[in-house]
Design a protein around this ligand. Sequence first.
Ligand code: VGL
Length: 184
Amino acid sequence: MVVDVQNDFADPAGSLYVAGGERVAELINGEIATAIEAGSFVVYTQDWHPPRTPHFVTDGGVWPVHCVAGTWGAAFHPDLRVVGPSVRKGTGGEDGYSGFTVQDQGTGQRRPTSLGGLLGEKSIRTVVIAGLATDYCVKETALDAVTGGFRTFVARGAIRSVDLHPGDGDRAIDAMIHAGAVVA
Ligand code: VGL
């Protein structure tokens, strides 16, 4: 599962650039090659927001405007090899940290995305997660994967953190391990 390797996170010119993000595409391509060789399904997620959402600082949220549907920032980083379907999250203005669920900020209600169904159709029981960002979308996706009963691996070399507060990335790794994911 390739999480949010989109220009706004992965390109130094992106609005929510994650340090080192531009190198992650190439590292993930290595994981993708391994997955293809093993006959594994490769699936992607994309943050895909409307121009106005309470997720953005411009409407009371915490984040700069990023990954607006159809824009350059929302597109996959051009170095990323794309060989499978993409699950787009946050499309209805919700917070969309996890690839599996989105959450309405007003009501707190959670709603599944199509990701669980895609994996279920293929009877997938084990997932390997890489992408951006360690302390948000990678973490939430991994925690949901564990909760969903998947054997969950996180590719430690192919993730990068926002680190809004120093140490956030390390704490996210601890949280994923504590939940039962293997981060290696
Ligand atoms: C993300 C912050 C805000 C992520 C998304 O993809 O990790 N981080 N929205």
